[in-house]
Write a protein that binds this ligand. Structure first.
Ligand code: FEO
Length: 401
């Protein structure tokens, strides 16, 4: 059954939710599902903005059949060629044979790669600043390479001030009926997933995201329509400020993320003890995670939020415990920088985890490593409590700056 929604007099959401997919990109857990947003503009020309993942193709095509009601589809604008948005492109172009695809030159190449040369011939290249007049609406194309693939562009509807932003400003999480961010508890319900989405999917390309923000700053935007998650028509400044911070790897708030690895609970004890000491030292925001339990994408998201990190890990094979190594590799891949980090290591005969963690962290830009590393031999000794207390005091002092 079709399930499309009117957003503006000429604009419709024709996307769908997937609540069955366990891992987005076969990598990121999405317990709350994900939405694939697609938009249909009905003016003198009928223009579709992006398609959807094949998992939801049935409702998507039913939505289009219903809204088009027999009229031709003139254009499909392909802002992004990742298959979560384009895997139904072939079926769409087969169903509406008059439709032309509009996209960047790189996207034309990718259409050929994914679907073969015949489909690429249905595509027409557009470049930065080109426009499409659909009638009352003029659509302007703005390139946004590496947000999140090289072929990406965004499209701005000059008549209604709508930015079709591709992956930018998107979020994990299916839409529960309400489509607009102002109709739901975005900060409570979506922000952690929006941050996790940005940090893990786009995080590495902060400079490119910042460049898109600069271009967006020159546009009279009244609505932002991303390809995943809620649509924005109010508080755009709040969202843009989040993106500005994330794109520059600036922490969102003074907070301590304690991420520990622990085989038998002893490193965990030290981490929990430090969390208590931080609370006693007056630190308001402390978040503790076991890296073996939490998904690494959640930890990367939290690292984007918090100003301070404490990494606690046992020594393993003369190096860093593998789950902590994995977290460090993901933080590095996401380009994390501008953080203050403290270390706790454990080792029953030759503690070496701190050295290994430090080696990775020293390669992260503008990252300050606190002097006082706490080194545990098997379990935290009572005599080490002053050292842990000193670490808590140093962190509290650093947070207060
Ligand atoms: Fe939602 Fe980069 O695809």
């Amino acid at each position: 059954m079709y399930n499309c929604r009117k957003l503006l007099p000429d604009l419709y959401w024709v996307g769908a939710n997937d609540r069955r997919l366990a891992l987005f990109e076969n990598l990121f857990p999405i317990p709350r599902g994900v939405s694939y947003n697609s938009y249909l503009l009905l003016d003198e020309k009928a223009v579709l903005l992006d398609t959807v993942d094949h998992a939801v193709s049935r409702v998507f095509l039913e939505n289009l059949e219903h809204l088009l009601a027999g009229r031709r589809l003139d254009y499909v604008i392909v802002n992004h060629m990742e298959p979560d948005h384009c895997s139904t492109l072939q079926a769409l172009l087969a169903r509406w044979p008059e439709a032309k695809a509009l996209c960047t030159a790189k996207a034309v190449q990718m259409i050929g790669q994914f679907f073969g040369p015949a489909l690429a011939e249905r595509a027409q290249t557009v470049a930065e600043g080109d426009t499409l007049c659909a009638g009352r609406h003029t659509l302007r194309f703005i390139t946004a390479p590496m947000v999140h693939w090289p072929e990406v562009m965004v499209t701005f509807d000059e008549a209604d001030g709508v930015l079709f932003s591709a992956d930018a400003f998107g979020s994990f999480g299916a839409l529960d009926g309400h489509l607009f961010a102002d109709e739901l508890d975005f900060a409570g319900r979506f922000l952690p997933d929006a941050r996790r989405y940005y940090a893990n999917i786009v995080g590495k390309y902060g400079a490119q995201a910042a460049s898109l923000l600069n271009k967006a700053a020159g546009l009279p935007i009244r609505m932002i329509c991303p390809l995943h998650g809620p649509i924005w028509r109010r508080d755009l400044g709040w969202l843009l400020e989040k993106y500005r911070r994330w794109s520059q790897w600036q922490p969102e708030e003074p907070a301590v993320l304690i991420a520990y690895a622990s085989m038998y609970g002893n490193t965990a004890d030290a981490a929990e003890c430090l969390a208590g000491l931080l609370a006693e030292a007056g630190v308001k925001r402390v978040a503790v995670y076991d890296v073996s339990g939490a998904d690494v994408s959640e930890l990367v998201g939290e690292a984007f939020r918090c100003s301070h990190l404490v990494l606690a890990a046992p020594t393993y094979n003369g190096g860093v415990y593998p789950k902590m190594e994995e977290l460090l590799a993901h933080l590095k891949a996401a380009g994390l920088q501008k953080r203050t980090v403290a270390l706790i290591e454990n080792g029953s005969w030759a503690p070496a985890a701190a050295k290994g963690m430090r080696a990775v962290l020293e390669g992260m830009k503008d990252t300050a490593l606190l002097e006082s590393t706490v080194s545990i031999k098997s379990s935290l000794a009572e005599g080490q409590l002053p050292a842990l207390r000193a670490l808590a005091a140093e962190l509290a002092g650093s947070l207060a700056q």
